[in-house]
Design a protein around this ligand. Structure first.
Ligand SMILES: C[C@@H](N)C(=O)N[C@H](C)C(=O)O
Ligand SMILES: [Zn+2]
Length: 217
């Protein structure tokens, strides 16, 4: 099994950032429409914003899907303040459950599900949480709900989890094939989380630096 590098790994933070200045665009209105699922709309009105290079890659990935299957964006841009809140809330939930001993262990465990704010790809418009939609307009079976935690899914949210059905594994394989072909990188603890141009992407691909840094709303 290949090593899973967590977002809290010092190698992620050590990646140099050279902000390229590409704008954030709204996937609902800019360029050819990408299917957008609005379940995260209440969390922040800019949830469908992405860097142009990320939107282009998602449209490329969507074009590679077989007829009748569509790619849907669940969440793109997330303001830094919201990321800090998500990280702190989830860390305190784990702390209250008493699962982890030291602060370092708690920080690492938190980063399985929420990125530390200093390297968080959603805050730069580099990450997209995605799912697949079938001909009937319903989500395909991908093994867990989008945003299922490692604790509540007993690890089934990990992209390579073997505890899910063969059909769900096949759907994850399809999602991964089209996104990787378009140049996106997965966070292996979350089958739905893909990115391009961020610290994690640069480490995973060997790119010399990250392209996109955090954006304030
Ligand atoms: C909170 C979860 N949906 C998520 O976005 N996790 C990734 C790792 C992140 O915070 O970037
Ligand atoms: Zn994500």
């Amino acid at each position: 099994m290949t090593e899973i590098i967590l977002m809290s790994d010092p190698r992620v933070a050590a990646i140099e950032l050279r902000e390229c200045g590409e704008p954030l665009v709204d996937a609902r209105t800019d360029g050819p429409a990408l299917l957008v699922d609005d379940r995260r709309a209440a969390a922040d009105p800019r949830f469908a914003h992405l860097r142009t290079g990320v939107l282009e890659r998602l449209l490329d990935a969507a074009s590679r899907l077989p007829d009748g299957v569509r790619l849907a964006l669940v969440e793109g841009y997330r303001p830094p303040e919201l990321q800090r809140r998500y990280f702190g809330t989830y860390r305190e939930r784990l702390r209250a459950e008493g699962r982890y001993g030291s602060e370092a262990e708690l920080h690492e465990a938190t980063s399985r599900y929420v990125a530390p704010p200093s390297v968080a790809p959603h805050t730069s418009g580099a990450a997209a949480d995605l799912t697949l939609i079938g001909v009937d307009g319903q989500e395909l079976d991908l093994g867990t709900a989008v945003n299922a935690t490692p604790e509540e899914s007993d690890g089934a949210c990990y992209t390579a989890a073997l505890s899910i059905t063969p059909r769900a594994r096949e759907n994850r394989r399809l999602l991964g094939d089209v996104l990787r072909a378009a140049g996106m990188v997965n966070y292996p603890t979350e089958w739905w989380h893909w990115s391009y141009g961020d610290h994690y992407w640069a480490l995973a691909t060997g790119a010399p630096h990250a392209l996109y840094g955090p954006r304030e709303p």
